[in-house]
Design a protein around this ligand. Structure first.
Ligand code: SF4
Ligand code: SF4
Length: 359
């Protein structure tokens, strides 16, 4: 093991699956900002709640839990009627959301109830995966008894945890990639974000650490940690004896192809990681028009045509082909027998689209 000197001994509560990693001043050392102390009443509107949460550093912006601050500050085109908690896991081998929801159930309930109260939502739903570990599912359901939170069990096969698909599955409302769910009357957040909201509004506890899962494909093992914001991924790998020389680190499902540098720091972004052997470089072959990418695409667009548009820098055609509908799940690239960089092409198009909108 190559334990970093900046990563002192760690602790693990014997009743918790999470190992607590301490290398930054613990949350209790940080004073709550003025106006955020426990006992203060709830704000009466979402932007004020956003301010309260920002003062306590509560943030969440990841694939399965859209930017929380942006949702609370958006001016929705319809009233908020639903708070939806996403407890589906991208990777059933690392069910982080299920463990967070079960272990911090009172905070989760507190966070969801507070959001419902401030937003005026009449219903609070919690999506639980069909493959949620039994014990965790029982603890989550028990915590909802006597509250108005309604658990909904769904098939959670990848990429179902994506908010676009999840919202459509439960409410039949259509949200585009990048659009805040509040535009469709929904506040959506994952279990980790709901817990942070609950701890902030009920205990005035700042968010100084996040729950994480790391699935180590090299040893077929999953580790769970509560790690301080600002810690380097390198320290996390060291703590679990995962070789920093051999492992390639990816955020979320490996299909999404989000590589992380071990020198990046932990933020309120992606919380589920995988460490695997580096992939061999492959040279793509020409498209053989097999349509596997089209058949595999969960939003039924044409990834191969989008790649053509990316190669020709044709944003107009890309828009007509449904670029805005892509949820960046990476299934098209994964199934392509010619190893074409379909997801990469889509990301290039989106980057140019953002650039052209700014001009
Ligand atoms: S990444 Fe590919 S498969 Fe996934 S939604 Fe986008 S085009 Fe479809
Ligand atoms: S899966 Fe690959 S080879 Fe087949 S149509 Fe799509 S891009 Fe072409």
């Amino acid at each position: 093991m190559t334990t970093s000197p900046s990563n002192p001994p760690t602790s693990k509560d014997s009743s918790s699956i999470f190992r607590r990693l301490d290398s930054v001043a613990p949350a209790s050392d940080k004073a709550a900002p003025a106006g955020a102390e426990a006992g203060h009443g709830l704000p009466t509107n979402l932007p004020d709640l956003a301010d309260r949460l920002a003062a306590l550093n509560v943030q969440a912006d990841r694939w399965a839990s859209p930017d929380l601050q942006a949702q609370l500050r958006a001016t929705p085109s319809r009233p908020i009627d639903t708070v939806l908690c996403n407890i589906l896991d991208e990777n059933s081998e690392a069910p982080l959301e299920a463990h967070v929801a079960a272990e911090f159930a009172p905070d989760l309930v507190g966070g969801l109830e507070a959001l419902a109260k401030v937003s005026g939502a009449s219903r609070v739903l919690a999506a639980i995966g069909h493959d949620c570990p039994q014990e965790q599912a029982r603890r989550i359901r028990d915590a909802f008894v006597g509250t108005r939170i309604v658990p909904i069990v769904l098939r959670s096969d990848y990429p179902q945890p994506n908010p676009v698909l999840l919202i459509h599955q439960i409410t039949r409302r259509h949200v585009r990639w990048g659009q805040p769910p509040t535009d469709q009357g929904i506040v959506l957040l994952d279990a980790a974000a709901a817990v942070a909201v609950g701890q902030a509004v009920n205990l005035a506890k700042p968010m100084m650490s996040v729950p994480l899962a790391i699935h180590d494909y090299t040893h077929r093992a999953t580790h769970y940690a509560i790690a301080p914001l600002g810690m380097r991924w390198r320290e996390l790998l060291d703590a679990f004896e995962i070789s920093t020389e051999l492992a390639e680190l990816r955020a979320g499902s490996p299909l999404r192809q989000i590589r992380l540098s071990i020198d990046d720091v932990i933020t309120g972004g992606e919380l589920m990681l995988s460490a695997s052997w580096p992939e061999p470089r492959v040279v793509p072959d020409p498209c053989i028009r097999c349509s596997w990418c089209v058949e595999g695409c969960p939003v039924r667009i044409r990834p191969e045509a989008l790649l053509d548009a990316a190669q020709q820098e044709d944003l107009y055609t890309a828009g007509r082909l449904g670029l805005d509908s892509c949820i960046e799940c990476g299934i098209c690239s994964y199934v392509c027998p010619s190893h074409l960089p379909l997801l990469k092409g889509i990301r290039v198009l989106r980057k140019s689209q953002t650039g052209s909108r700014k001009r």
